[in-house]
Design a protein around this ligand. Sequence first.
Ligand code: AMP
Ligand code: MG
Length: 886
Amino acid sequence: MQMDVQKGSIEGFRLSPQQKHLWRLQQQDGGQPFRAQCVVLIEGRLDRGMLEKAFEQVIERHEILRTTFHRLTAMNMPLQVIDEAHAWQLEEHDLSAFSVAEQSAQIDAVWDELDQLPLDLEHGPLMRTRLLALTPERQVLLVKLSAMCADNESLDNLVQDLTRCYAAARRGESLVDEPVQYADVAEVHNELLEGEETRASKEHWRALDLAALQTLRLPYETRPQGEGFRPQSLSVAVSRETAAKIAALASQQGTSSFNFLLACWQILLRRLTAQEEIIVGAAFDGRNYEGLDQALGLFVRTLPVKSGLQAGLRFPEFLGQLDQKTFESSEAQEYFDLDQLTSLEDESLAGPGFFPYCFSYAESRGACVAGDAKFSILKRSVLTERFHVKLSCLRDGDTLAAEFQYDANRFNRHEIERLAAQFLTLLSSVVEDLHASIEDFNIVSEAERQQLLFEWNTTAREHLAEQCFHHLFEAQARKSPESVALIFEDARLTYAELNARANQLARYLQKQGVGPERTACIYMDRSVEMIIAALGIFKAGGAYVPLDPASPKERLKFMLADTRARVLLTQSHLLDQLPDVQTPILSLDTEWNLIALETTEPPLSDVQPGNLAYIIYTSGSTGMPKGVAVEHRQLCHYVQAITSRLDLSAPGSFATVSTLAADLGHTAIYPTLSSGGTLHVISAERALSAVSLGEYFSHHAIDSLKIVPSHLSALLNASQGNQVLPRQRLVLGGEATRREMVEKIKLLAPRCDIFNHYGPTETTVGVLAYGLGQSSAEDLSATLPLGRPLANTEAYILDQRMRPVPAGVAGELYIGGAGLTRGYLNQPALTAEKFVPHPFGTEPGARLYRTGDLARFLPDAHLEFLGRLDHQIKIRGFRIETGEIE
Ligand code: AMP
Ligand code: MG
């Protein structure tokens, strides 16, 4: 082809489709990472002069080794121009004076130097070589070729041709056979793509829906952290035993190692992404036509291999499907042009047109012999494509290496090490039980398992004596009797006063039959009396059941019957709306004169830490109210653990704005009253009004607030909303917190620490806590992370078979440790279903609570909330179909 553009003119050949693709990638990057590089060991006495001659001849024989790329300003693609003359030189270094270790360090250094050496595509040379003499009988040759001129097989062909030329030169001959020239093949390939008669083959590719690529992302994969493509590589060896089994099983199944390993890679991606449709860009050699197997040049093509990996699919079945698919793809490979596929112009290929996850497989050809010299490739690295991660498997005799090349702008090395370990674990699992289904195979290595189950889960195991909450409170009342314990509107009580009133009430309640394992209901508006009631019931030795006056009557009736309450504590203004019940009723306001007859000394009771403290009803997924039975030891564990985690030992003032009928407010109430702070009880009406709550906060200095994010959001959206933020510490919990919300709070209250707190009632108030900024991986989380387990608490992310899922993969969150409650009142079957035997526990009888929440680990062991399992529209495995978190 001849081009005359303005004043310039170039004569040359069109690029092949593969070269055009690579050229585009190179344009995007500016840099030139794309190359094929290898180390050739030459054993035997080498005639250097002959080697140089042989090289000259190889360059003479293959035009592609004399090709450079030229472009006039108006052209967007260059032409490949074959030069008659060439400026190639063999640079030699004598390393024979060095020790073996030094030599190998030198070889590495020269490798790196060569790798860094830029290749000038326009002026050449596009092949660089170094010859290092180690001993008189051993030398290594390093070769680097631009990927515009070579692929992996070209390296083998180059060494083979060099050996033949060397052998011929030693005989004083030269080779007469004529190799296939790349530029000719390039033209044929272009014509095939342009030809009308190939419509059917092109349809094969056009019909392929690649939309799944849009959502395919590995755990912890980030948006690029820098410009362009920064390829790095990590190589691991497959054990000889597994490597041998793979070869044997592949042939037993009538397929190739290529397909076998590709199947395993797709299964790993399926398991790590929780996506059923997996698309991998697999390297096909592009040498289907005769004579091409010996040719030099960029022939390899990356073709999409798309698989549907449904749950239950068995490995042999999948392998059979894949075998058929790769056969068809191989047949149609000449007609694939990524840049022509219109459906790919969108974001689906990460914009620039390449496959994020790639694969290649090659077999080393072994040594080439020329007289008494033996040439063999010791090491190679080939980069002809862009990707996020590429797995290249190379079999050399009975060894099998898995090289993970990755874009260091998207992954850190640690994640790739983990990925490599997972791949090796999967391979051993597959060869062990070939007929298993794809989700059966183990992918979690022993080291990762240790990390997930133990290292990331080692919360300080302090052995605290089990206690009852009112003893913690009494100790504090002795320490600071005159401090203000409680404020509700105009009412306020000191610790001494609160303690005295609770003692009187307790004595009175004991006479009504309240004692260990017996309950009393609290049907009250938020008030100082409500807190006196809770403490009084504790002190009487009983358990309280909070009933929200806003609940439907039917629900109240059910709870009264379910708990067989001895007495119902209320306020006279609520009497009218009480359901019709048999339970004795005590109005704390109008009947206080009776209670006041009791002494203020603490009553005696034989309540133990293992006795019930309260029962809270949750509706849960079944809709049926379930009474969660919480013991004193769990409440005290919680109080101590959260006090240390949120640094509440000098709590100042803490406001509670939620109902006592859920345990959200416990984070404020109990830690405050056991450490000498002032608890502000806010009425339901005030808590819902931004103006009125803001007023309160501006009159009282409030240090800490615990609130549900949607409640806070509603307050913040109202005018004057910004006054409702506390001075020191905001604890969000009960539902996920969106990042926009966090940003907004940071602007309004830059000095306030923001925490997220998570936990089901069944595990006592909260088990995970996170302080904004604690995780270096915070950005990977779509919502404010959940953080790590509190002291004496464990968190596990498990799959449906209760196996730990790999780091970063979604699974169900299970909780273990000191917060686990007794279970559901009067519902042993449901309790057994939700509180399951602890599969990794060391203590006999240990249980885990299955939360029904979907979560994953962030890379630094903080947890991320991903949604409710029962809110997923479709749950296949643990796939998140909605992607929405409410
Ligand atoms: P409950 O038992 O009523 O306290 O509800 C517990 C449930 O609320 C958990 O299982 C989660 O689904 C949800 N939840 C509680 N705290 C959080 C949080 N910080 N982030 C997201 N969801 C939460
Ligand atoms: Mg809760």
